[in-house]
Design a protein around this ligand. Structure first.
Ligand SMILES: [Ca+2]
Ligand SMILES: [Ca+2]
Length: 215
């Protein structure tokens, strides 16, 4: 009986572990690897798989998405070989619709473009209840230094929300860099509670076994 209960607890824990291991990235092409940039070059396009760029031409200047392949200006991508800059010919934006409800975790990597001053690198972002900007007042150094942003967003109950990035600050064809974007579901509180309850039951069984062994 005890061994059957012990096996049941182990099965419960392994189920909870399987559920917690590596939630799927809800962003399509989040590292921009599916894009037409050739080695060491950049290209500005209206859209890439998964992402729509600003399609307007303003004052003769297109918006779109600038894809940089690493090697251009000796930049190393944070993940893979491609990255994005959104001060293209002017300050531009890109969006992707995320299919999810409730709380999600937004993660992305960003860096100031080397050799460019503060006030031109600002990168805005938004998803559900979450919005903000990074690189405000930050100047680029002599090389690209990637930093990690993580935040929680409530997408509500409608089933979808728009993920948006936008170049801000001075519009001068140079801005903050972006790579490795992910949105993942936040584990249900019930799953975490189940995991903790399983651990507690396992500990109680082990303590009881030790007492039985001693007596
Ligand atoms: Ca990449
Ligand atoms: Ca700029």
């Amino acid at each position: 009986m005890k061994s059957a209960l012990f096996a049941a607890v182990l099965a419960l824990l392994s189920c909870a572990q399987a559920g917690a291991a590596g939630p799927a990235n809800l962003v399509s092409n989040g590292s921009f690897e599916d894009a037409p940039a050739s080695p060491g070059h950049w290209v500005i396009v209206e859209a890439i798989p998964g992402w729509q760029g600003d399609p307007e031409v303003v004052g003769g200047l297109a918006g779109g998405i600038e894809i940089q392949n690493q090697g251009f200006e000796n930049i190393r991508a944070q993940d893979g070989v491609n990255l994005v800059e959104l001060d293209t010919y002017r300050n531009s934006w890109m969006t992707q619709t995320i299919q999810a409800t409730g709380w999600v975790r937004l993660s992305f990597w960003y860096a100031a473009r080397a050799g460019w001053g503060a006030g031109t690198q600002d990168l805005g972002f938004g998803l559900g209840t979450l919005s903000g900007s990074v690189l405000q007042g930050v100047a680029g150094g002599t090389s690209v230094q990637w930093q990690h942003y993580v935040g929680l967003a409530d997408l509500g109950s409608s089933g979808s929300a728009v993920l948006r990035f936008a170049a801000q600050g001075q519009s001068d064809m140079a801005g903050g860099l972006l790579d490795n974007v992910s949105v993942t579901a936040v584990p249900e509180p019930q799953a975490a509670a189940l995991w903790l309850a399983g651990l507690g039951l396992l500990g109680a069984l082990r303590r009881r076994r030790r007492r039985i062994t001693r007596s």
